[in-house]
Design a protein around this ligand. Structure first.
Ligand SMILES: Cc1cc2nc3c(=O)[nH]c(=O)nc-3n(C[C@H](O)[C@H](O)[C@H](O)COP(=O)(O)OP(=O)(O)OC[C@H]3O[C@@H](n4cnc5c(N)ncnc54)[C@H](O)[C@@H]3O)c2cc1C
Length: 426
């Protein structure tokens, strides 16, 4: 098999790899010098951007329009590492970039940005069309990089038996979530082989499964609770409190609220700590206000617990609520049960004993250690010419468009540094 030689290989054609290719194309097109570096993007799937296609429930929440101060709160574990990348290519740069290429956008609740068409595929198509039009980056699909080693050139062994040598490599292989999209964590092995530390990885933005969930799950599947509050309790202490909407799914508790607490919950469970979630279904009312309300409802003559619950909870929640609180509600006299109601409505506790894994989580917590990567360029501090971008790094965001912006910003910063390197060497 032949050995190809390139100036840069981008490994992975997901959000980060495609954005890096697009930014390199754009920066090179601004160059008056006639140097023309050879850049190859290698994507193992049949088409690039498979994961982008399933983001935002098929609508792709491609960024969040918040400014840094508010944005950074949603970046973990080290927003400071990300600051430079964000300022170099912020969410408004992402929006300008896509709009300039003809993709109309819309900003929704919580500053979430979507394509106006509500089609995630349009985001991938916009990127790929632009890269192809510029002709600065060659895209090769259905071949994966099996290993990377360093020497005078980086040497990449490909799944078809061929070898590519390259002066620079950008690892943009993503994390471990939804492996069916091609993100199987290969980049961690490449990083380790090249001397990098990879921190422990955990599924994040995932469903948390209550103990004995099977007992009442059937009654809860598909139920969405709006404007409730959820507290994460770790070893008896409140670790996080959130307000919003949550969903009960086959896997357990998720939706915006469940996802928001899942990062800390999964970490705590992995450390063997005791984790529970306490749901307040009436956060706008205090216990005494609820008691008053229940008194008013029962003054109509019906003091039955089920009747009272029908006035206070969504219909689908009533039976599971009775099942969860059967000791306090069904195994007591009606008057005692009514007495208990305000407290229970504000404190439904789910002891969590597991969570949904990489097969269906949104993002990977952990990755290539940030201390070994320059926040100014995304270049390895250990190996010259080696760059990282996107989820392969130990950087993850909350739901709301933060993860794609992390991919876009880190990719754009790496692209700038790579083009500067091309110029220096030309
Ligand atoms: C269901 C779901 C919904 C999501 N929704 C949103 C959302 O709405 N907004 C948001 O901000 N984030 C969302 N995310 C998270 C977001 O999609 C990721 O954080 C982001 O795609 C990471 O980009 P990346 O380029 O680093 O990795 P990826 O997008 O995972 O891309 C990595 C690419 O590298 C390729 N690859 C891997 N190994 C190799 C190899 N050895 N050789 C060649 N190619 C390789 C893969 O095939 C893949 O195409 C969602 C994630 C999921 C799973």
């Amino acid at each position: 098999m032949e050995t190809l030689r390139r100036d840069l290989v981008i490994i992975g054609g997901g959000a980060a790899g495609l954005m890096a290719a697009a930014q390199i194309s754009s920066l090179l097109s601004e160059e008056v010098n006639s140097f023309k570096p050879s850049v190859l993007l290698i994507e193992k799937m049949m088409r690039p951007g498979r994961k982008i296609g399933i983001t935002g429930k098929g609508r792709c929440n491609l960024t969040n329009a918040r400014m840094w101060d508010e944005f950074s709160v949603h970046v973990h574990p080290n927003p400071n590492f990300f600051k430079n990348a964000f300022y170099n290519f912020s969410s408004s740069d992402t929006m300008d970039f896509f709009r300039r290429l003809g993709l109309e956008l819309t900003v929704e609740r919580g500053q979430r940005v979507y394509p106006k068409s509500m089609k995630a595929q349009d985001v991938t198509d916009t990127l790929v069309r632009y890269i192809k039009r510029c002709r600065a980056v060659e895209i090769s699909t259905e071949v994966s990089v099996d290993s990377v080693s360093s020497g005078e050139y980086y040497k990449l062994n490909l799944s078809d038996g061929s070898v590519v040598e390259s002066r620079m490599v950008l690892v943009a292989t993503g994390g471990l979530s939804y492996p069916s999209t091609g993100s199987t964590g290969d980049g961690y092995a490449f990083a380790e082989a090249l001397g990098h530390t990879v921190t422990a990885r955990y599924p994040s933005l995932t469903a948390l499964t209550p103990k004995d969930y099977k007992e009442f799950a059937g009654q809860l599947y598909g139920l969405q609770l709006k404007n409730v509050s959820l507290s994460l309790i770790v070893n008896g202490n409140v670790a996080q409190e959130e307000f919003g909407d949550l969903d009960f799914t086959e896997g357990g508790i998720e939706g915006a609220l469940g996802f928001r607490v899942s990062r800390k919950a999964v970490l705590s469970l992995s450390q063997g700590q005791k984790v529970s979630l306490v749901l307040d279904m009436k956060p706008s009312l205090s216990e005494s206000q609820l008691r008053e309300r229940i008194k008013r409802e029962s003054s109509t003559g019906n003091n039955n617990v089920k009747y009272l619950l029908s006035k206070l909870l969504p219909r689908q929640m009533i039976q599971p609520f009775l099942t969860i609180h059967k000791k306090a509600l069904l195994m007591q006299s009606n008057s005692k049960a009514v007495e208990e109601l305000p407290k229970l409505l504000k404190n439904t506790q789910f002891d969590i004993d597991s969570y949904v894994g990489y097969e269906r989580c949104v993002v990977t917590n952990g990755g290539v250690s940030l201390g070994e990567v320059s926040p100014k360029t995304m270049e390895s501090k250990l190996k010259k010419g080696l760059f990282f971008a996107g989820e392969v790094l130990d950087l993850d965001g909350d739901t709301g468009g933060y993860n794609l912006q992390i991919a876009f910003s880190t990719a754009a910063l790496a692209a700038r540094a790579i083009v500067n390197e091309f110029k220096r060497e030309s």
